[in-house]
Ligand binder design. Structure first.
Ligand SMILES: *Cc1c(COP(=O)(O)O)cnc(C)c1O
Length: 465
């Protein structure tokens, strides 16, 4: 411990002095203190002796490493070779080039975010995408908030705070560990009334549960699971009829709200946002960055009187979206106005890629890896294999998408290679299956294949067979 260098000694190390050219002194001093504290703890634990010079060098190197790490930022690009299109841990939906461009144009300058350019007076941020949404969905009004959890919270709080909300027991979903219908219900100030059973809920269950305190009938799309076998849920149409008869609004939390029917591409039919609205219900909520293929956002669509009430709710201020989200959503919705969103929106183009296209892409990736192969590092086996991809993001939980991957039998433990791939820039996230590395091509973006081939070799450098 006596040999532990002082803060000043470390600050006088030539490499640490050099940091001064790029970073503020207070931050460097803070980092030096942090590293010295860690070193002290390490010495106490290990009971190992170091000379003062050794220790000075170790601490200085660590300070330089940590400062560089800090200034690089921790958020970085990842090549997704998992074949999971809406990968929750990898940022969910990839946005379209149009959305990215629109955001970039608006981010670095001023905009009419809350300014009415016609009148020269104050405008509303909520006005921008609303008419696009109402035209596409066929509803009276729409409102965009931070995410779908916020959309459900705001809608429940506005429509039924202090009242009872009836939900089927088969629909009390949990999404990603942090969104649970019973918890959101509590937060919104509503009282949850569960009806039916896990596998069967009938219209009479809702009917019998209605009291003078009932504020809302809620249907939740079980987007991330299915109850199979001896089951029954009440359809939206029936629920809407019941709501009409008893004068109670009906809300549908659709979650992975799709605006495009994906059944022509072989996917199971899922309710679209338009169908949900067409059933005559009052409010539907869904995510902007699941099947919709836009930015993280929650979209509330439906009757004008209810949406107007939500716009007046103080909660909205806390849940509101920023200009970049509005810009990205606007550009994404414009893609739906044109005829082929499946071509412009990456999420939809990935889901709808045909096996033939995927096979071709996998063959190209395998070739690129083999070309790199000739240059140095050796990979014993690279081959194109069939694989099963998934939509992810809690959508289509039971459906597998037939895809293609490049299978690599690595000379060393695939877990080690996989960890190395994750440490590169860009990082690569791949699958491991039967002791081989599997690179699914469905989720690769244009140009990723060439970069990926190089990174595969980088990850194997220094390995012998
Ligand atoms: C995904 C989902 C949510 C939560 O949406 P976020 O945009 O992640 O906040 C809520 N309800 C359902 C049914 C969902 O599928």
């Amino acid at each position: 411990m006596r040999n532990l260098p002082s803060v000043d000694e470390i600050l006088n190390d030539p490499d640490v002095i050099e940091l001064g050219a790029d970073f503020a002194r207070t931050i460097i001093v803070g980092k030096v203190r942090e590293v010295l504290t860690n070193k002290r703890l390490e010495i106490m634990k290990k009971d190992k002796a170091f000379t003062r010079e050794e220790m000075k060098a170790q601490v200085a190197v660590e300070v330089v490493r940590k400062m560089n790490e800090l200034s690089d930022g921790s958020l970085r690009r990842v090549i997704n070779a998992t074949g999971v299109v809406l990968h929750t841990n990898l940022g969910r939906a990839v946005m379209s080039p149009q959305a990215v461009e629109h955001m970039a144009n608006l981010a670095g300058g001023y905009s009419n975010l809350e300014f009415d350019l016609d009148k020269g007076t104050r405008g509303s941020r909520y006005s921008h995408v609303e008419s696009l949404l109402t035209s596409l969905i066929g509803c009276e009004a729409a409102l965009v908030v931070n995410n779908n959890a916020a959309a459900v919270l705001l809608a429940l709080n506005t429509l039924a705070a202090g009242q009872e909300v009836i939900v089927s027991r088969g629909q009390l979903v949990e999404i990603g560990g942090s969104f649970r219908i019973p918890e959101i219900m509590k937060l919104s100030g509503c009282r949850l009334v569960e009806v039916g059973t896990t596998n069967k809920t009938h219209l009479r269950d809702y009917e019998e549960a209605i009291t003078e305190n009932t504020g809302l009938l809620l249907s939740v799309h079980t987007s991330n699971y299915r109850i199979l076998g001896f089951t029954h849920e009440v359809g939206l149409d029936e629920l809407v009829q019941l709501g009409r008869k008893r004068d109670i609004p009906v809300m549908h939390d659709l979650g992975s709200g799709s605006m495009l029917d994906l059944s022509p591409w072989g996917l199971d039919p899922e309710p679209t946002v338009q169908q949900s609205i067409a059933s005559g219900l009052q409010i539907v909520t869904f995510s902007g960055d699941k099947l919709l293929g836009g930015p993280q956002a929650g979209i509330i669509a439906g009757r004008k009187e209810h949406i107007e009430q939500m716009k007046k709710n103080q909660l909205l201020r806390a849940l509101r979206v920023d200009k970049l989200t509005i810009a990205a959503l606007e550009a994404s919705m414009i893609s739906y106005m044109a005829n082929d969103p499946a071509e412009t929106l990456p999420v939809l183009s990935m889901i709808t890629r045909t096996p033939a296209q995927l096979k071709e892409a996998a063959e190209k990736l395998a070739d690129l890896i083999k070309q790199e192969n000739g240059r140095g590092a050796l990979i014993p086996e690279v081959k194109v294999v069939e694989t099963k991809d998934t939509v992810g993001g809690g959508a289509y939980p039971l459906q597998e998408l037939p895809g293609y991957a490049v299978e690599i039998v690595t000379p060393r433990d695939p877990e080690i290679v996989s960890a190395r791939l994750r440490s590169l820039k860009p990082a690569v996230v791949a699958r491991i299956q039967d002791d081989t590395l599997l690179l699914s091509v469905r989720t690769l973006l244009p140009g990723d294949d060439r970069v990926l081939a190089g990174l595969i070799h980088q990850s194997l450098e220094g390995t012998s067979i």
